[in-house]
Write a protein that binds this ligand. Structure first.
Ligand SMILES: [Fe+2]
Length: 471
């Protein structure tokens, strides 16, 4: 054996010993080698699939949302990619005597994000609309004219039926496309309650803001025709000081306007609307909510304004769930729960919808408001005044499924499943609403969890959670 061979042998031994030692250490130290890795990552649909409509400066990314507190107004938003003009739209009633065409000019904005410059983002507010009426609207002129329609909600009232779709954490993958098309193929949804995390642009280098454009084109098929009620999630923050982007929520707030002033809010990140028989409060998990903060002060004044004789159904949208038995994002909603849960129970909130965790979960009616740091009562208990909490961050975005449920399943968790899907909430009258979650099942939407919800103010009976399909 030459001295070179001996040297190589020693190097190999040291290397092998070192490798084994590292493995022994990692095995003995219980999970330290396990990094936070999402499995079954979904794949984004290529940008070119979401191409702009044909024609120079054709309006695109059309989406609508409620424009006032009671549903007589609508905000229509769109983008013209190259030039600011034409910055108006035309709308008219589809039927009836008033076929008069109205012209509304938009408020236009643009923004710069790192090396990206946005197109011209338009927001036009249509006011004094008739309730329960179909309208057509037209954006652009000549060969780039595009026509859409929407139907206003019925007048606010206690027994007005209304059906909401519910989606969250959608992104723009092939799975997102399934979720979105399952919702589209269900003809009963009249408006979407969206619980945050829209485009996932920030998962791409330099928060590739072209992904905000492609997402706007992706959802247009629904969002141009029925209002989507927006909640901001963490993927709307786009806070990236490392590339000089210091303003939180910049792309989101330029692109998605909401009627926050109508509910005397001081920020588009928290606000409320009334729609049919529902009172919907939107909160921001990523804005300050401690005592004395603007959001806290607003919510404190907001609850007493809710008149259950007018809007029996009290629904809250927020992004980070308070009750989540998944390893992903576990306890992230806890500080907000501590601040607000007692108000929710006192005011008998019917339903809290959250996203963030990329799976599905529904709770029993439970609360954990007895805990006061010294009494040790830190276990959630059955509470007929408490909301049902639904986590529906299962739109199918690029980050994949959250499949690390805690074991055993806690008693507060009624149904949970690591799948993608959407839900439908059918409000029937002041006492009853049917809720159903539809999983994406082999390219079909299959109802996998359902429940008759009883209104907490008018009919606070115990619901039977028998609709769950435990496949
Ligand atoms: Fe999130």
């Amino acid at each position: 054996m030459s001295s070179r061979q001996i040297k190589m042998g020693v190097i190999q031994f040291v290397f092998l010993f070192g490798f084994l030692w590292l493995n022994i250490v990692s095995l003995c130290s219980g999970g330290i080698t396990s990094k936070y890795v999402r499995k079954q990552a979904s794949v984004d649909i290529p940008k070119q699939v979401f191409s702009s409509p044909p024609g120079h400066n054709a309006p695109e990314q059309v989406h609508i949302t409620q424009g006032d507190h009671a549903g007589k107004s609508l905000i229509i938003s769109w983008v013209t990619p190259v030039e600011k003009h034409n910055n108006f739209l035309i709308y008219w009633e589809a039927e009836g005597e008033h076929k008069h065409k109205h012209r509304v000019h938009s408020v236009t904005t643009t923004y710069q994000y790192y090396n990206y410059r946005s197109g011209y983002i338009h927001h036009a507010t249509l006011k004094r609309l008739q309730y329960d009426t179909k309208y057509f609207y037209e954006i652009g002129i000549g060969n780039v004219k595009r026509q859409f329609s929407f139907t206003t909600p019925p007048e606010v009232g206690p027994d007005v039926p209304y059906t909401f779709g519910i989606m969250g954490d959608l992104g723009q993958t092939y799975d997102s496309n399934q979720t979105f098309h399952h919702y589209l193929s269900n003809p009963i949804g009249q408006a979407v309650l969206f619980v945050g995390d829209l485009s996932y642009a920030d998962d791409h280098p330099f928060h590739d803001n072209e992904k905000w454009d492609t997402w706007g084109r992706f959802i247009e098929k629904s969002a141009a025709y029925q209002p989507w009620i927006w909640t901001a999630g963490n993927h709307e923050l786009d806070f990236a000081p490392e590339i000089g982007e210091h303003v939180p929520f910049k792309p989101y707030m330029h692109r998605y306007h909401v009627p926050y002033k109508a509910s005397e809010s001081t920020s588009p990140l928290w606000y409320s609307i009334k729609r049919a028989s529902a009172y919907i409060i939107v909160l921001s998990s990523y804005s300050a909510y401690g005592k004395y903060t603007p959001q806290y002060s607003w919510l404190e004044k907001e609850f007493p304004k809710v008149n259950r004789s007018e809007t029996p159904w009290l629904i809250v949208l927020l992004h980070s769930p308070w009750y989540n038995s998944n390893g992903y994002h576990y306890m992230e909603g806890e500080s907000m729960r501590v601040m607000f849960e007692s108000w929710f129970v006192k005011n008998k909130v019917d339903l809290v919808l959250a996203g963030h965790v990329h799976s599905y979960e529904r709770t029993e009616r439970i609360s954990n408001v007895m805990y006061n740091i010294t009494n040790g009562l830190s276990t959630p208990v059955k509470d007929p005044s408490a909301p049902v909490y639904v986590t529906i961050g299962d739109g199918g975005n690029i980050e994949g499924i959250a499949d690390r449920f805690t074991q055993p399943q806690p008693s507060y968790s009624a149904f949970r499943e690591a799948s993608f899907g959407h839900a439908i909430l059918e409000i029937k009258n002041r006492t009853h609403a049917h809720y159903a979650w539809h999983r994406n099942h082999d390219n079909q939407a299959m109802e996998a969890d359902s429940l008759w919800l009883y209104n907490r103010y008018w009919y606070p009976k115990e619901e039977k959670s028998t609709g769950a399909d435990m496949v």
